[in-house]
Design a protein around this ligand. Structure first.
Ligand code: PMP
Length: 456
């Protein structure tokens, strides 16, 4: 098909897109990638500073992973895990995860995406509490601005307005509490500790109001990604954990972005010092080369469900592609590369370098806050950082910075007025310098533009 027709005829309902803008501008078509770079179909080169959608940890065009996938396809191509069947790659991968996870004795359920992993979390909570004779313990608490996916259940866990608008979400039984958004929400003179205590008191009140016996679980991303790269204030997670323990509420740890080295440790819960009860993983589990998700649950939960299947028949939840053998083979290879090449330690070291360079933007007139850890960061744009006055509508400045980035050959993403930075973990020091340099030029360009427009 000619290049012209690729751009002019686009018979796709584009996911998570502004349809009106797509109709006006058409798609940007990416053609190939190598390492941290991608090229569009016109041959323009971009430094890909978002690892796709926070997922391509090992970068693009990795021949070793391609060989692994090809071999798994040649050997069999497909095998399922229903009704007593399994396969070697799936079992080996579950064993490997069990060893890696900061959980005692876990069992793994495989899916395809982060959304279905969190949907499975909701269904497991229902199944488990029904199985142990506590059918009233079903509600799940999430946080405003959380992102846990877009299926009906995971979309209900999500706390971002556009993911609810016109979809009649959230469904009943899903509650939302404060996000730990210190920069935006702290009151004058409020310390991080006071802020944390205040929002956790609100949570405590919510739990008491609803009744602790009606609440199954609380779900959290260690760093809230799509909501605006929101890092927990000091002490937030240990205090949250203690509060949930007091009321016998599970903590579901959504490691879909943070898992596998992103925050400088293997898992975000290690960076922020908390013990999860169950965990969701996807994205970097395969470095995004194949779709795969994993939900880890404690052995004790599984044991209780064995009794239920003895009484009620099969556990009626699973996908055709649960534990797809090509995805599992790719994940095993990716985990092998992480270990062999010390990718997490490398990302921690390069992450410090990235954070240190980004801190220079704290003085930029358009930047209200620079936040991040490891290989994930956000620049929160503000009209006036002293008075914390933000752009209205949100995204006014963010969209301009991203447009300038595209001109400068850099791919980042704006979450409203937060510029997200989440490069492949294998990025080099020179490539970080290039990213920061291009970002600086883009911030300056957007600043001039906003001034010219009178938006500043
Ligand atoms: N959880 C988190 C923390 C995510 O960031 C995402 C996706 N960005 C999801 C779940 C949903 O994953 P998917 O898009 O693979 O369904």
């Amino acid at each position: 098909m000619s290049q012209k027709s690729l751009h002019n005829h686009y018979p796709i309902v584009p996911p998570t897109s502004n349809f009106k803008l797509m109709e006006e501008n058409g798609p940007q078509i990416m053609a190939r990638g190598k390492g941290v770079y991608q090229w569009d179909d016109k041959g323009k080169q971009y430094l890909e500073g978002m690892a796709g959608l926070w997922c391509t940890s090992l970068g693009y065009g990795n021949g070793e992973i391609a060989e692994t996938a090809a071999e798994a396809m040649r050997t069999m191509g497909f095998a399922h895990m229903f009704s007593g069947k399994s396969h070697e790659a799936g079992i080996r991968l579950a064993e490997k995860l069990e060893q890696m996870l900061p959980m005692d004795d876990s069992r793994i359920f495989f899916g395809v995406s982060g959304s279905d992993a969190n949907d499975t979390q909701v269904k497991l909570m229902r199944y488990y509490f029904n199985a142990i004779g506590r059918p009233d313990k079903k509600k799940i608490i999430s946080r405003h601005l959380a992102y846990h996916g877009v299926t009906l259940a995971s979309g209900s866990l999500t706390g971002i307005p556009v993911n609810h608008a016109l979809f009649d979400l959230p469904l009943d039984g899903f509650l939302h509490t404060d996000s730990p958004f210190y920069f935006r929400d702290a009151m004058d003179e409020e310390t991080e500790e006071d802020f944390t205590n205040r929002i956790l008191e609100n949570l405590d009140e919510l739990i008491q109001r609803e009744g602790p016996d009606t609440i199954a679980a609380f779900i959290a991303e260690p760093i809230m990604g799509a909501g605006g790269v929101i890092l927990p204030p000091e002490g937030y997670f240990p205090k949250l954990r203690a509060l949930l323990d007091k009321y016998d509420i599970f903590l579901i740890d959504d490691e879909v972005i943070c898992g596998f080295g992103r925050t400088g440790n293997a898992f975000g819960c290690e960076t922020f010092d908390f013990r999860p009860d169950t965990m969701s993983m996807a994205k970097a589990l395969t470095s995004a080369y194949m779709p795969l998700s994993a939900v880890a649950i404690p052995e004790s939960m599984y044991q209780a469900m064995i009794d239920a299947t003895a009484e009620h028949g099969v556990f009626g939840h699973g996908f055709t592609y649960s534990g797809h053998p090509v995805s599992c083979a790719v994940a095993l290879k990716v985990l092998e590369i992480y270990e062999r090449d010390n990718v997490f330690a490398y990302a921690a070291k390069m992450g410090s370098y990235l954070q240190q360079k980004l801190q220079h933007f704290s003085d930029h007139p358009l930047v209200g806050e620079v936040r991040g850890t490891g290989m994930i960061a956000g620049l929160h744009l503000a009209k006036d950082k002293e008075t914390k006055s933000f752009f209205d509508p949100a995204g006014t400045a963010g969209a301009k910075v991203i447009a300038a980035c595209v001109d400068n050959g850099l791919i980042l993403r704006n979450l409203g007025d937060v510029i997200a930075i989440c490069p492949p973990l294998v990025i080099s020091e020179a490539e970080i310098d290039e990213l920061v340099d291009k970002l600086g030029k883009s911030l300056d360009g957007a600043l001039e533009d906003l001034k010219r427009q009178g938006s500043l």
